[in-house]
Design a protein around this ligand. Structure first.
Ligand code: ASP
Ligand code: MG
Length: 415
């Protein structure tokens, strides 16, 4: 017997037939003798519709009322799923976030979970009840409803699994696992059976959209074993058909051969800024990046060129495309003090990343990346690395070509 948290995303509960399908899956796990708690998203499209209504009435709105509205999507699906389970003679009931309670901070619209009181829930689960919990919503210290930010129900599920000390958190979605890269770009992409938290974190933040980044962080910090799998396949989570996101030790302990590179990720939502003729003296980088940090703009990749004449240099970096206009505006404001020539923006870029924990112990991974791109005539504009990742910025039109070439070069193509 195991204790598992099952999470079903928007497409998995997209209509009443799908909700009945979800109920059969939950019953399957209960019939195997498992203790089960379920977290659901709103029906696909529901949250978008709620957000639209809010913006129609008040483009600049009170975040507390926004949360009251957008949190309702999940209240519909918890009730419907509890009913569908009762139809199958499974003892089930729904709980809203304030009934449990799922306590968050007061950052309305993007709240963080602080504590989940699972005492009552555990007792009921031990008596055979299946609690159905809304993803995405929580309750602030003052008692008002909060939401966790878009895609937040992955985080709700992992947090609940951590609080329940569950053996596993199965995230049911519309893909059957995590792939070595996007199968829409590389036909020979393969499903990964096991991936480490660190790799998944890099994949999530480097552009793979399977799990919300914050949920992976949470899973890593609390050692929650997460499985990504499809609700449209026959197999039950307990047969482990999906991708398991786990500690590196668990993978090693099973004697599984870990490839040096696990996946190739890409992101097209960044933009490049080059600040030219910046005076080459101490404090300049701080003067450029300070105003951006103040404006809450995340800078990702950075290169500073060597100064040719000893007096001025160029600094190139990337920011989220959505923040580009604000970033340029901030830089222009700092221009009188900084005395640079120009802040040039370029949105025609893509970031390609090669990810794998095996890089820690294998040399030459970055070199292979550079050689592979060179052989295709692809120019590298910016490079950044971490212990388990090498990222390059290239011209956007080379994205597909680069991803395919790298996927083959690191021998990730399916036979
Ligand atoms: N329903 C919320 C959203 O669409 C939360 C989620 O599905 O993860 O963002
Ligand atoms: Mg999601």
């Amino acid at each position: 017997m195991a204790r598992i948290v099952l999470k079903f995303g928007g497409t998995s509960v997209g209509d009443t037939d799908r909700i009945k399908n979800v109920a059969r899956k939950v019953k399957g796990e209960v019939d195997r003798g498992n203790e089960v708690a379920v977290v659901v998203s709103a029906m696909s499209g529901a949250t978008n519709q709620l957000v639209k209504w809010v913006n129609d009435i008040a483009p600049l709105h009170d975040a507390r009322e926004y949360d009251v509205v957008v949190a309702t999507g999940e209240q519909v699906t918890i009730g419907l799923l509890a009913l569908a389970l009762q139809q199958l003679d499974v003892n089930s009931r729904s709980y809203t976030s304030w009934q449990i309670p799922i306590k968050t901070d007061a950052a309305f619209g993007k709240a963080r979970i602080q504590d989940i009181d699972t005492g009552a829930m555990v007792r009921r689960m031990q008596e055979g009840e299946v609690p159905i919990v809304p993803g995405f919503q929580g309750v602030a210290p003052d008692g008002r409803i909060t939401t966790l930010g878009r895609g937040g129900s992955d985080t709700s599920a992992v947090a609940l699994a951590a609080a329940l000390k569950a053996d596993r958190c199965d995230i049911y979605t519309d893909v059957d696992g995590v792939y070595t890269t996007d199968p829409r770009i590389v036909e020979k992409a393969q499903k990964i059976d096991r991936v480490t938290y660190e790799e998944m974190l890099e994949m999530a933040s480097q552009g793979s959209k399977v799990l919300q980044t914050r949920s992976v962080e949470l899973a890593m910090n609390h050692h929650v074993r997460v499985q990504v799998l499809s609700s449209f396949d026959e197999a039950l989570g307990s047969d482990l058909p999906g991708t398991l996101v786990v500690d590196e030790e668990e993978i090693m302990a099973q004697g599984l051969e870990k490839s040096v590179v696990s996946g190739i990720a890409f992101a097209k939502d960044e933009a490049k800024i080059t600040v030219t003729h910046v005076p080459d003296r101490p404090g300049v980088a701080a003067a450029i990046f300070g105003p951006l940090a103040e404006a809450n703009i995340n800078v990702d990749m950075i290169v500073q060129n060597v100064s040719i004449d000893g007096s001025s240099t160029d600094i190139t970096f990337t920011v989220p495309r959505a923040d580009l206009a604000r970033a340029v505006e901030r830089l222009e404001k700092a221009k009188t003090e900084l005395k640079f020539a120009e802040a040039k923006a370029d949105t025609n870029v893509a970031k390609i990343s090669v990810i794998g924990v095996g890089m820690r112990s294998h040399a030459g991974v970055a070199l292979k990346m550079f050689e592979t791109l060179a052989a295709k005539g692809i120019n590298i504009q910016v490079i950044s690395t971490s212990e388990i990742k090498v990222s390059v910025l290239v011209s956007a039109e080379y994205t597909e070509l680069a991803v395919r070439a790298l996927h083959a070069a690191y021998e990730l193509d399916a036979a």
